[in-house]
Design a protein around this ligand. Structure first.
Ligand code: ADP
Ligand code: MG
Length: 404
């Protein structure tokens, strides 16, 4: 272990009262914007089958069980019923959520994880502890390989297995009306040898509005077109760049997520976002694998991200997408054409298989790759209402078990 990491772990063990009695920290395995994650050995793992668990269940949320109190820890959550039936894992991931996160955010993450217990494809929450302002979540440790080590070597069959696993997880999460909001390779812990992955990190997840129907506006298309055309931007005419002293009322919507993975409706600040935003992000992962380029999209901000998307899909479809969300899409960037490019072209070009590649001959996509591209097109429907759902995805020719 790196001495700096060891020092960090020592400090954590000293300051989080009681943690040493239960866990032995092994290494630091993740350090993100919102948390630090450690791999640890659960020293009490052999004693799980006794009544201790039941006692704790009775005391959920309110008074922590005596044993825990003696350990100086406060149980925030009850035991995982799932975990009581099975033997608990010896190795765990301890997610130390940064104290700068708001209590409601932390509660949201734990609450959603608690709701998702019992799905194989979602990393279950074992328990959570609080000491003063520090909250830690304890999860089973999942062995996984860094995406960057394997994505370039994946053949279509590997993609099928990867995405079957990912879309099973998404179907589970979405069936609960939960939007993950941060689908990307580092939040899907995948082990190529085991052909299985689990979804982690519900730090940005939220419940979908009960009757969220993105942007099926009640006004008629005609009325909408007229309203948008009469808007301030339309009157100002296409300006160079984007307006500096924009006097239009700003739109507010949840934009949480990771750059490069945000769906167009998130970039356009649609206020009625749905689980379909996760499907878009999963599509970005597939495009990354097919194009062998990571990160595929590399924008610094939302406007640049729109430019990247518009370069592929073209002005015509972007305008239609804008209308859908009540905004006007205008651009005078010369590289954005009216028709855009097919995903097939983008992939051939990214992998140097088009006619400007090595031998000046195009190496066309195989039938299998074409099937993957057809699936990708369904994930990249600009209109979230038309975009494929996770449930439907599992029935798509690309993912269906019986086809190949
Ligand atoms: P953050 O909100 O900081 O992104 P995550 O929950 O995504 O936190 O965890 C950060 C990283 O820690 C992950 O990308 C992964 O590498 C590692 N990690 C998280 N949970 C586990 C787990 N259960 N098993 C193994 N590694 C994990
Ligand atoms: Mg993460």
């Amino acid at each position: 272990v790196d001495p700096k990491v060891q020092e960090d772990m020592n400090q954590f063990q000293e300051t989080f009262k009681g943690i040493k009695d239960r866990f032995r920290l092994i290494n630091r395995i993740g350090e993100g914007t919102f948390s630090t994650v450690y791999k640890a050995e659960d020293l009490l793992y052999e004693h799980y089958d006794n009544d201790w668990d039941i006692e704790e269940k009775e005391n959920k949320w309110t008074s922590p069980p005596l044993k825990k109190r003696r350990m100086g820890m406060q149980a925030l959550m009850d035991m995982n019923e799932y975990g009581m039936q099975r033997r608990r894992p010896k190795y765990v991931a301890i997610k130390k959520i940064y104290v700068t996160s708001s209590p409601s955010r932390i509660l949201n993450e734990l609450d959603l994880l608690n709701d998702l217990r019992g799905y194989d494809s979602v990393c279950p929450l074992i328990t959570a502890f609080r000491h003063t302002d520090q909250v830690v979540a304890v999860l089973p440790y999942f062995k996984h390989t860094d995406f960057r080590e394997y994505f370039r070597n994946m053949i279509v069959d590997d993609m099928r297995i990867y995405f079957r696993s990912l879309f099973r997880a998404l179907a589970a999460v979405h069936s609960k009306g939960i939007i993950h909001r941060d689908i990307k390779p580092t939040n899907f812990l995948y082990e190529p040898d085991k052909k299985r992955g689990v979804l982690v990190d519900f730090g940005l997840a939220e419940r979908q509005g009960l009757d969220a129907k993105p942007c099926i506006c009640t006004e008629s298309a005609d009325h909408r077109r007229r309203r948008v055309a009469n808007s301030v931007t339309a009157n100002m005419g296409p300006s160079n760049g984007y307006p500096k002293n924009d006097s239009r009322p700003s739109r507010r919507a949840n934009r949480a997520g990771t750059r490069g993975f945000r769906a167009p409706e998130v970039l356009l600040k649609c206020t009625d976002q749905t689980t379909k935003i996760d499907i878009w992000s999963a599509g970005v992962i597939l495009l990354t694998i097919l194009s062998k380029r990571f990160p595929f999209f590399n924008s610094a901000d939302d406007v640049e991200a729109m430019i990247e998307i518009a370069t592929i899909f073209g002005i015509k479809r972007m305008k239609a997408t804008g209308y859908l969300h009540g905004v006007m899409f205008e651009t005078n960037i010369p590289t954005i054409g009216n028709a855009g490019f097919t995903l097939e072209k983008i992939i051939l070009w990214s992998t140097c298989r088009n006619d400007s590649g090595k031998d000046g001959k195009e190496v066309p996509l195989t039938d299998e790759e074409k099937s993957a591209v057809r699936f990708l097109e369904r994930c990249f429907e600009l209109d979230p209402n038309k975009r494929i759902s996770a449930e439907e995805a599992l029935e798509h020719e690309f993912l269906r078990e019986d086809v190949y």
